[in-house]
Unconditional design. Structure first.
Length: 408
């Protein structure tokens, strides 16, 4: 296809989508797609939706019409996956999960027959099992959010993270709402209402997400991402986990080999501290640690105090004179024996942490000693973490980021 034809197709698709949002019927939109566009690639669809965002269309508006878009493109879409043969490819793993998710939605649809037959007790019992199983949808969506979306954003594709992530959360909410509503289902009428208001929307959204993934998201990602990107995604996949599947043994071995072969070591690069998980300047790191709502003190493998945070409201007083001092000398005599026992257990490997809590001047304090070890298990020292949990103990209910309307 020439670049001119490609640009013309995108222009027409943009017009159809905009007209769809203005009230054009789905039937008319499909006919225009067939007459004016013909066959289109998945990458084109993704780029068109990205261009709409770039032009100022709200991601929420696109998300609202997301299912309509999927139906619109369903007949014209040109599926061009080429790498799915490799069972270790992240897309192959995600598609294997989708096959299991399809079994789940099929079971939920089958469950509706019990509702139609008036089998209330059996329906509720089976629905409870299936909805609990649906919790693992979160793993599938989290892999996309935390692994696939960041790489797409790297290539300028912001749409998936802005639009599809919102749809993920809608599905998560539908699952939670259905689970909660099921507890109040006791009669045939309540079963019918549950199916119509809770179960059917969940099934439709989950099935619709599979279509969007396999016909738009995955093909676009395969065209955009490079081999190195897929390696990084594969390396991190087992950290997130898998929904409903276990990777083949060869895949697990490959992930382990990749991690070993590409293991990053901490280093200083152009004045920046480079860690496997990021790059940060010493100044920013210092202020970041001091911003934490906890007191940190690090004691090395020879029991010498090497570092502590200097946050504004330290719980226990520390002065810089403590640096280089033996930790045994930093505790009152009656506590030294216990400190020694903990450090000895850490060095021997028989313990990894020790926790305490106490009340001091009206505040509830939580203190934890953590053994710090390298990837081989070698003891490097002990981290002491002290936190004032007085306010935390008073928390009830929930307060989510979406509830944040101002400062308090």
């Amino acid at each position: 296809m020439t670049s001119r034809n490609f640009a013309e197709q995108k222009r027409v698709i943009r017009e159809i989508i905009k007209d769809l949002h203005q009230g054009l019927s789905l039937a008319e939109a499909k006919q225009r797609m067939e007459d004016e566009v013909g066959t289109i690639s998945s990458l084109e669809i993704a780029e068109v939706e990205q261009s709409l965002i770039d032009e100022g269309m709200s991601p929420d508006e696109i998300k609202r019409f997301c299912n309509v878009h999927a139906l619109l493109f369903e007949s014209a879409l040109q599926v061009d996956l080429t790498n799915e043969e490799n069972p270790a490819h992240p897309v192959s793993l995600l598609k294997r999960e989708n096959r299991e998710i399809e079994k789940l939605t099929a079971a939920l649809r089958e469950l509706r027959k019990q509702a139609e037959a008036g089998q209330v007790a059996g329906f509720v019992r089976e629905a409870r099992v299936l909805l609990k199983r649906a919790q693992d949808l979160d793993l599938h969506y989290t892999k996309k959010e935390q692994l696939l979306f960041p790489f797409l954003e790297k290539y300028g594709f912001m749409g998936p993270s802005k639009v599809m992530w919102g749809k993920h959360n809608e599905i998560r909410d539908l699952q939670k709402q259905a689970t909660a509503a099921l507890e109040d289902v006791d009669t045939t009428a309540e079963v019918d209402a549950f199916v119509a208001e809770r179960l059917n929307p969940l099934i439709d959204e989950v099935d619709g997400m599979i279509f969007k993934e396999e016909n738009i998201l995955f093909p676009a990602a395969l065209e955009k991402l490079k081999a190195d990107d897929w390696i990084e995604i594969l390396k991190e996949s087992d950290q997130v986990g898998y929904a409903y599947i276990r990777p083949h043994a060869e895949t697990t071995e490959l992930i382990a080999a990749l991690k070993k072969a590409t293991a990053d070591k901490p280093a200083i690069v152009d004045g920046q501290l480079r860690f496997p998980s990021g790059l940060i300047s010493p100044t920013v790191l210092m202020h970041m640690l001091n911003a934490l709502p906890v007191d940190l003190t690090f004691v090395d493998h020879e029991d010498t105090v090497r570092y502590f945070t200097e946050n504004k409201e330290r719980i226990f007083v520390r002065t810089r004179a403590v640096i280089g001092r033996k930790v045994q000398n930093c505790h009152p005599p009656q506590s030294v024996d216990m400190v020694e026992k903990i450090l000895t257990a850490f060095k021997e490997g028989s313990r990894d942490s020790a926790e305490f809590w106490l009340t001091l001047k009206g505040r509830m304090l939580y203190i934890v000693f953590f053994a710090v070890r390298d990837e081989r298990g070698k003891y490097l020292g002990t981290l002491e973490v002290t936190q004032d949990i007085t306010k935390l103990r008073q928390l009830t209910g929930e307060r989510k980021l979406l509830d944040e309307g101002g400062y308090s």
